[in-house]
Design a protein around this ligand. Structure first.
Ligand SMILES: [Zn+2]
Ligand SMILES: [Zn+2]
Length: 249
């Protein structure tokens, strides 16, 4: 039973929370946005672009034009990716990158339902209509995970697992080399960096001949997810597909 004192304390806490986090959109700082809206207003959400066909059947790169048949882009024909497909929910533009950045580096967990929601909304139907055995998040290097205290790919993968019923498995794919921040590197440099960064653990026995959904927050050049898919496939897994929240285009 609530006493007058606890009611007073709750009111006080709510007032403090509202003071620290006013109900204002954290992207534009102008419109109202409630905690239930993850502090992102309707106008800012409307600026977020979902990825729609036509896109490369392998890497999911959207292209303009009236293409109705399945096709692979020139880059994919060169790359010989070990994943069967890579798909993303939204375009990695300014607003989305800002949300992801603050989520990852600023622990802005209130954005998580929104970001995971994009992924679930786009991936659920496709994954349910196919036959996948495990969801595997792209791992962080242990020292980086200790410093950040969480792996965003793993947290997003949990949402996808809950929405699809496909079980999540962690600690089978490991990051064995730290890779520096990749944003400023060329494609060739990124590929060289990540090629040897991943390895399988004893637990990866579970993945033998299994079809795997690899999950990450962003697909940029495909170097990271491509390297993970190669390691999984050479360890004896079945097909690997990739799902990310956002994709650079
Ligand atoms: Zn806004
Ligand atoms: Zn492609």
């Amino acid at each position: 039973m609530r006493t007058a004192l606890t009611t007073y304390a709750c009111d006080w806490v709510n007032a403090l929370v509202a003071f620290v986090y006013p109900e204002v959109c954290q992207l534009c700082g102008a419109a109202r946005a409630t905690p239930a809206q993850c502090y992102v207003c309707g106008a800012c959400r409307a600026a977020i672009r979902f990825i729609e066909p036509p896109f490369c059947s392998r890497c999911g790169l959207p292209v303009s034009g009236e293409i109705t048949h399945a096709f692979e882009c020139a880059n994919c024909r060169d790359m010989r990716w070990q994943f069967v497909s890579a798909r993303s929910a939204v375009v990695a533009r300014e607003e989305v990158l800002e949300l992801l950045h603050r989520y990852k580096y600023g622990r802005a967990f209130w954005f998580e339902p929104l970001l995971a929601g994009f992924l679930v909304q786009c991936a659920r139907r496709e994954l349910r209509s196919e036959d996948w055995d495990w969801i595997v998040p792209v791992p962080l290097y242990p020292a980086r995970q200790r410093e950040r205290e969480f792996n965003q790919a793993e947290r997003l993968a949990k949402w996808l697992s809950a929405a699809t019923g496909i079980p999540l498995i962690t600690r089978c794919l490991r990051r064995v080399l730290p890779t520096p921040t990749q944003t400023l590197l060329s494609r060739e440099q990124r590929l060289a960096n990540v090629r040897k960064a991943f390895a399988l653990d004893a637990r990866a026995r579970e993945l033998q001949a299994c079809r795997i959904v690899l999950v990450d927050d962003v697909f940029t050049t495909g170097a990271t997810t491509g390297a993970c898919a190669s390691v999984l496939r050479s360890g004896g897994s079945g097909d690997v597909c990739v799902w990310t929240v956002a994709r650079g285009i």
